[in-house]
Ligand binder design. Structure first.
Ligand code: MN
Length: 411
């Protein structure tokens, strides 16, 4: 095939055939028409058009021809496997070339949308380093981790309706703020707007009310992963969070990357989670699991182009399978499009912390950016970009893309 063909993508490219992440796009010609796309090289494959052009079976063509990923998510792992095999064949086999080549559009020319309809959203708190740092900042002199932390993955229910795709401006939230020394709360724009670099897990196959998802069944339900920025107004959060947890300090916006990387693409990234010093209850005990559920995903976080952190997902204490097992252990059902995020990813070193509150130690140690300016928390106009890569099959390295957002002034 000629080097100028959009199908001429090296197999070890970040968006090569070992990756094949799914998104939803529209074009300038047909802005109302949403289509499922698969990132390939510098192009996006119109997956529904490719299915029709290659004469794919009706169920596969219907799922890939939908305006969101939800029908594919709902179909379950057997169709996920068939879709990945079909995409691999369409993009690499000469016999499909004439049919598939016209279905590739330059990625720079398409607009990417939220790739799935979010059902419920849960955010966890699964990094021991993050939880420990936050504990040391807010409760100096006492145990950094709360007594339940090593027995269960702590989480809270977030706001599904304010999950937005990468590139959506983030308006600085207003709310009640009260520092400990203030006599009374005041209302106004957040002065301590922060980021949280996280990984998010997209649930496909639903479950009935009253059932549980065992660790070993997690991969029947989890379709893939996104990058997440869980924007956090620390001043709003600090005043509101006792006793029921995060609320308006988080719910104004949560940004996700436009590409959902299938779990199948992360098979080579699986790694054992860190050693744990507390015996888990049986439903969370993965020590005899046939597959490790840790993931060696390497993130980087940039503010206005300066890398401020490189958080390692491999350092997370709780795995995505444990989070899902815990999320359903009370019999809560899963819906297609449920989304759960890991919580801030922080490693042991200072430059691997995934939130400004830790990186600047609650504002006491400002960061310096490449332009010479200093940051404790975010300023209006700041752009935050979180990107990530992971080991792919055959020694390759795959990209998870990026989640970006720029802070707009409060209104
Ligand atoms: Mn979070």
């Amino acid at each position: 095939m000629s080097a100028s063909s959009p199908l001429a993508v090296p197999h070890d490219a970040p968006f090569g055939v070992r990756n094949l992440p799914y998104g939803v796009f529209s074009t300038a010609d047909e802005p109302e028409l949403r289509r499922i796309g698969v990132a390939y090289g510098d192009h996006v494959l119109d997956a529904g058009a490719a299915a029709r052009a290659t004469g794919a079976p009706a169920d596969l063509a219907a799922a890939l021809g939908a305006p969101s990923l939800n029908p594919l998510l709902a179909a379950g792992r057997p169709l996920w496997t068939r879709a990945r095999a079909a995409l691999t064949a369409w993009l690499t086999e000469d016999r499909h070339r004439a049919a598939v080549e016209p279905c590739l559009l330059p990625r720079a020319d398409v607009r990417l949308h939220l790739p799935f309809e979010v059902a419920d959203y849960v955010d966890f708190y699964a990094s021991e380093h993050h939880a420990g740092n936050v504990g040391r900042i807010f409760r100096p002199g006492s145990e950094p981790l709360p007594p339940n932390w090593k027995h269960l993955p702590i989480g809270y229910h977030g706001r599904a309706g304010t999950i937005v795709v990468s590139g959506t401006p983030v308006v600085r939230p207003c709310g009640q703020r009260k520092a400990p020394a203030d006599p009374a709360p005041t209302y106004g724009p957040s002065r301590r707007l922060d980021i949280e670099a996280e990984l998010g897990f997209v649930v496909g196959t639903p479950t009935p009310l009253g059932s549980r998802v065992a660790l070993a069944d997690a991969d029947d339900h989890v379709f893939g992963v996104c990058l997440v920025n869980d924007w956090s107004a620390r001043d709003l959060q600090a005043w509101e969070y006792v006793p029921l947890g995060p609320f308006l300090g988080k719910s104004f916006a949560t940004s996700v990357s436009p590409w959902v990387v299938p779990l199948d693409a992360l098979a080579a990234a699986r790694t054992a989670p860190p050693a744990r010093d507390t015996e888990p209850l049986p439903y969370l005990d993965d020590r005899a699991a046939p597959t490790p559920y840790g993931l060696d995903v390497a993130l980087d976080v940039r503010i206005n182009g300066t890398v401020i952190s490189r958080p390692p997902f491999a350092a997370m204490y709780w795995t995505y399978a444990q989070m899902l097992a815990h999320l359903t252990v009370n019999g809560a059902s899963l819906r297609t499009g449920d989304f759960y995020a890991s919580g801030t990813i922080s490693g042991p070193e200072r430059d691997t912390r995934g939130a400004l509150i830790e990186l600047t130690w609650n504002g006491e140690e400002p960061l310096e950016l490449a332009d010479g300016t200093r940051r404790t928390y975010l300023e209006d106009g700041d752009e935050v970009v979180i990107s990530a890569t992971a080991p792919g099959a055959d020694g390759t390295r795959i990209a998870l893309g990026e989640v970006a957002g720029r802070i707009a002034p409060a209104v």
